[in-house]
Design a protein around this ligand. Structure first.
Ligand SMILES: NC(=O)c1ccc[n+]([C@@H]2O[C@H](COP(=O)([O-])OP(=O)(O)OC[C@H]3O[C@@H](n4cnc5c(N)ncnc54)[C@H](O)[C@@H]3O)[C@@H](O)[C@H]2O)c1
Ligand SMILES: [Zn+2]
Length: 376
């Protein structure tokens, strides 16, 4: 069965694009592309995903359209300006035009990179996402953020531009490695912690070590997370107030991700970032300690790390924060009063910090850990 959810467009009031959600709905891709009457279709994927699904999807597309396929090397380390230029070169050399259509199949890395290419070639070619990781299904394809990383930090070069549609088939997830399930679930947990306490409990009950889930469990986790994200996008698509909840755990998370030099993936890094945000919420007196314990329980059950690795120094994290595009000159953290309730400061979501205070909080973390687990 195919469900349809509608996501608000980033720049146009009262305009939406569809998200099709279901299991084994891949065959419907052709019907969704046809209304755009493309002269050519370009399938862009990463090397891992194209090896698994490239010929199947090419088979479906090439029966109906003149189709070309290009791959970019898999992995966060390839979400670079160089790979973006190389992909643009290939697409332009093979005769892409304004009337062409790009299907981007894969995780958040190829989604963000090829989404940036599609948005900038000839000032924008129509494109759609075919997300194949939990991360891409629940998060990275909705919201219209396209970007590549720069040596100084994550997502420093990019823009907002929406796909024509997203087709989410949970069938793709049967080949997803366990670590990637954990990674994507970090974003589900983020929404649950900030917006929906019942969902925290539901996720806690469903998560299991082997990441074995029924079809209906997967569909329900994906659908519920997307709807929570859309609630925020509807209120505040440009992340000026309520929309900032989307970056819960991401301030410290992005810094840790960059400083791990590929050892931690995005979900693992924001897991660590969310624990820090919970600890900061407690340290500032907004929440009680149970907030940290709930974070730790649900993130651990999802198989995510909750401590900053020893090889990452607190002062390097603070230096790295200066490169985060959203933070200069003041560091802002999203904090919680309790599960489902972000802390507002002067009527707005997000709490301002100076670097010295963040460093202090980072250094205090070990003490808190000891205190938390002392018998009372
Ligand atoms: N734009 C946004 O709003 C937004 C939101 C969240 C995350 N992101 C970005 O998303 C990226 C992370 O995305 P990701 O976690 O999907 O990583 P990813 O794209 O690197 O995919 C993870 C790994 O899984 C492989 N893979 C993908 N689908 C598979 C499948 N079905 N079976 C087997 N292997 C498969 C990939 O080849 C890759 O090796 C980060 O760059 C992050 O910044 C962006
Ligand atoms: Zn994220």
């Amino acid at each position: 069965m195919l469900k349809e959810i509608y996501c608000p467009q980033t720049f146009r009031v009262n305009k939406e694009y569809p998200i099709y959600l279901g299991r084994n709905i891949l065959e419907q891709l052709v019907d969704k592309i046809k209304p755009f009457k493309p002269n050519k279709v370009f399938l862009v994927s990463d090397t891992n995903v194209s090896a698994l699904y490239g010929s199947k999807v090419m088979g479906i597309l090439s029966q109906n359209f003149e189709t070309f396929m290009f791959t970019v090397p898999a992995g966060e380390g390839n979400k670079t300006f160089q790979q973006y230029i190389s992909l643009c070169n290939k697409l332009i050399s093979s005769g892409i035009t304004k009337r062409s259509f790009i299907i981007i199949m894969g995780g958040g890395v190829v989604g963000n990179l090829a989404g940036f290419a599609a948005s900038t070639i000839m000032r924008g070619i129509d494109f759609a996402h075919l997300p194949t990781t939990v991360m891409a299904q629940v998060d990275s394809t909705t919201g219209g953020k396209q970007a590549v990383n720069m040596p100084q930090g994550k997502n420093l070069l990019g823009l907002f531009n929406d796909p024509k549609f997203i087709l989410i088939d949970t069938y793709f997830l049967h080949t997803l490695p366990q670590r990637e399930f954990s990674c994507g679930f970090a974003e589900c947990i983020k929404h649950a912690l900030c917006q929906d306490e019942d969902f925290v409990n539901e996720l806690f009950l469903k998560f299991n070590k082997e990441h074995r889930y029924s079809e209906s469990d997967l569909l329900s986790i994906v659908e519920r997370t997307i709807k929570l994200k859309i609630d925020l996008l509807k209120m505040d698509p440009k992340e000026i107030n309520e929309g900032k909840i989307l970056v819960y755990g991401h301030t410290i998370g992005h810094a840790v991700e960059t400083l791990s030099h590929g050892k931690l993936n995005h979900g693992e890094s924001i897991s660590i970032g969310m624990i820090f945000a919970a600890k900061a919420s407690v340290a500032l007196g907004f929440a009680d300690k149970s907030l940290i314990l709930v974070h730790e329980k649900v993130l651990t059950k999802a198989g995510l790390p909750i401590r900053i690795p020893d090889y990452i120094q607190s002062d390097n994290i603070v230096t790295q924060l200066s490169y985060d595009k959203k933070l200069s000159p003041q560091i802002e953290l999203i904090l919680l009063r309790q599960i489902g309730e972000p802390q507002a400061h002067e009527g707005r979501i997000g709490y301002p910090f100076n670097k010295e205070r963040v460093l202090e909080l980072l250094l205090d973390q070990n003490t808190w850990d000891k205190e938390l687990y002392l018998p009372h």
